[in-house]
Design a protein around this ligand. Structure first.
Ligand code: AHR
Length: 642
């Protein structure tokens, strides 16, 4: 059953069904029928239950300005040490004020600088303060409670009040407002409730922090949170989490990607700086040209996994950074190995362990499940030739402390036998079409395969239907070989489509501050993930269509046979399907179809539902029946076969 939460599928599916039947009727079929023979009761391989998962990293404003629900940009004034980027001065009426970064004071040892607001003149009718426009706007919805907070201190001659407001850009109307009556001369956190009334949903809003008389105020960690998924404080954006939930992913590879490595050695993902109270997180530069708030830190990643019933695939920094610097194996690498051991203990240790106790103090006493740990990311880029020895040092230490963990290598290793190898493929549609048999001959006695990053890179900011067809073709190959390909994850997962937000131009799910949409590739992924089965059955195809791909799996607990057919040709394809070895076949099958008119057709913020799965039922199913796969189509035929 395709499960897409909270989306009006009835309406969408109804209209898509109509549209797609027009496509089927208009096109003449490929002249040659293809014959597909399926040996229903002849399993040839197990299907990995973890085949489809997610890969995540801070790129394209995936976390800040993406799934992490914070609405204030550069909230801790750390993005630029010289100027409060993304902030502006507010000078109503005849108010006079200035702002700058003050490197001499901040609310914590992690945040040692702050924004200093100097007000020369202000009064009840002429407020002075600072303005933030969020991540391409501040999205506000009707009748909604927002959590506002900030750290502040005042000069001797300024004791408040300070007002926090959400203001409509177009009308100047105050949409929500709260006032803190007084400040002290010491750093302190203030929290307010910001409640909207009857408004239209819009991102054309800004935040104001203002005062009504002269004096000096320092601000840090200015935050506004909307309601979050499962109402978790410091949590995730609801619509994006729902889109992920609809995919039923088995795992989350975290925290990246290049994001794990950083540009320079000092920029590595030092997870210890991403846990605990937000005021104790120093923020860090990410390799994708903007600074990370680290609001979405290690514990938040693990909670994200918990919320979506995924297991974490924890990537630990292995001593190689993107500009080619590396840490020598041996004593130099030892602190990084220890950090990885500590990180594993933070995730999995009991509260009687050092780092398990820290996790409990951070609010999560229960340990998280963990099976896979990945050593580094794309270490084939390391020209120093040290990865084998670096991997061995991590491998020996982790296996000694946690023998049950499965360790993933990111490049070939000779000195040890990794449990799993991480392969990455960024390709054109044609390349994927030609390589769907990539894993057919892989040694079944060697390490398992994790296709940890892959995508057909056609279409921007999100893939078009031609890319989805190639993705689906590639997935049939992974699925057929999922006794050895045990996990896979498309990358990148997210893109904020606003101007200047994107660094990588083909991404699975697109959004702005208010709306989000799934690309055709997203729906192809969801369809495959939601109809997995647990065994690959024997089959053969006799066809002369070079762009016809398929996979057949079955679910042994309910007797459902899943036939996935990808017709990437511009012509419908006649299929003669022969089922053999079964006792009986139910005469009606369920068909889930994803169909495009052209390879360029796609979804977007404006047209989010142009290409979505359509569910229908198909009569006349028997041990020997005909089916026409529409032009440019991805179909799952769900048959009840005993
Ligand atoms: O997904 C984009 C980038 O591609 C990842 O950060 C990196 O691992 C790969 O090179």
């Amino acid at each position: 059953m395709l499960r897409f939460n909270n989306i009006r599928w009835g309406v969408i599916l109804g209209s898509m069904l109509l549209a797609s039947s027009v496509v089927w009727a208009q096109q003449p079929a490929n002249s040659n029928s293809a014959v597909l023979n399926i040996q229903v009761n002849k399993p040839i391989a197990k299907v990995s239950p973890t085949l489809y998962g997610l890969m995540t990293e801070e790129i394209n404003h995936s976390y800040d300005g993406g799934i992490y629900a914070e609405l204030v940009r550069n909230r801790a004034f750390q993005d630029n040490r010289g100027w409060p980027d993304h902030w502006r001065i507010l000078q109503d009426g005849n108010a006079r004020a200035s702002m700058h970064i003050d490197p001499s004071t901040g609310p914590s040892a992690a945040l040692t600088s702050s924004l200093k607001l100097t007000v020369e003149q202000a009064d009840a009718f002429s407020a002075a303060g600072i303005i933030n426009n969020g991540y391409w706007g501040i999205p506000l919805r009707t009748g909604t409670a927002y959590r506002g907070s900030f750290y502040a201190k005042g000069s001797q001659d300024f004791s408040g009040p300070v007002t926090m407001r959400l203001v409509d850009n177009n009308t100047g109307n105050i949409v929500a407002s709260a006032t803190i009556p007084s400040l002290t001369t010491e750093w302190k956190q203030y929290k307010v409730a910001l409640q909207t009334g009857q408004i239209a949903t819009s991102a054309s809003n800004h935040l104001e922090l203002s005062v009504a008389h002269a004096g000096t105020v320092w601000f840090s960690l200015v935050s506004v949170f909307p309601p979050t998924y499962k109402n978790t404080p410091n949590g995730n954006r609801i619509d994006l989490m729902e889109k992920l939930a609809a995919m039923h992913p088995a795992f989350l590879r975290l925290p990246g990607g290049n994001y794990l490595e950083g540009d320079r050695l000092q920029d590595w993902y030092d997870w210890k700086k991403t846990i605990g109270p937000l005021v104790d997180r120093s923020t860090h530069p990410s390799p994708w040209r903007y600074r990370s708030s680290d609001g979405l830190g290690l514990l938040e990643f693990l909670e994200w996994c918990q919320d979506l019933h995924m297991q974490p695939v924890l990537a630990v920094y292995a001593g190689y950074s993107l500009r080619g610097e590396h840490v020598n194996p041996g004593p130099d690498l030892a602190p990084y190995v220890q950090s990885a051991l500590d990180e594993i203990q933070y995730a999995t240790g009991g509260t009687d362990t050092k780092w398990g106790a820290v996790r409990a103090k951070d609010g999560h006493p229960a340990a998280f499940p963990l099976t896979y740990v990945e050593i580094g990311n794309e270490d084939w880029f390391d020209r120093s030739g040290t990865y084998d020895a670096r991997f061995a040092q991590f491998f020996d230490a982790i296996k000694k402390a946690y023998p049950q963990l499965q360790l993933i290598a990111t490049a070939p290793i000779k000195s040890r036998v990794p449990d799993v190898i991480d392969d990455h493929f960024y390709r054109t549609a044609q390349q994927f079409f030609q390589d769907t048999h990539h894993y057919d001959k892989t040694d079944r006695k060697g390490p398992k395969i994790f296709v940890g990053e892959w995508a057909t890179r056609e279409g921007t900011p999100t893939p078009d239907f031609g890319a989805a067809l190639a993705d689906a073709a590639w997935m049939t190959g992974m699925e057929r070989n999922s006794d050895v390909v045990i996990m896979s994850s498309y990358a990148p997962l997210f893109v904020n489509v606003n101007p200047g937000a994107m660094q990588w131009n083909t991404d699975l799910i697109g959004y702005d501050a208010v709306h989000s949409y799934g690309s055709p590739s997203y729906y192809a992924q969801a369809m495959f993930s939601n109809h997995l089965g647990n065994e690959v059955v024997d089959s053969s195809l006799n066809a002369d269509n070079p762009r016809l791909f398929y996979s057949v799996t079955r679910n042994t607990t309910n007797g459902i046979l899943y036939l996935k057919v990808v017709n990437a040709s511009s012509k419908p394809q006649q299929l003669h399907i022969q089922l053999q070895g079964q006792k009986q076949v139910k005469g009606t099958a369920t068909v889930i179809s994803l169909i495009g008119h052209t390879t360029e057709e796609t979804n977007s913020l404006v047209h989010p539902n142009r290409i979505v799965p359509v569910k229908s039922s198909m009569a006349g199913v028997s041990g020997d029946f005909q089916h026409t796969a529409p032009a440019y189509s991805i179909q799952i035929i769900e048959m009840n076969v005993q």
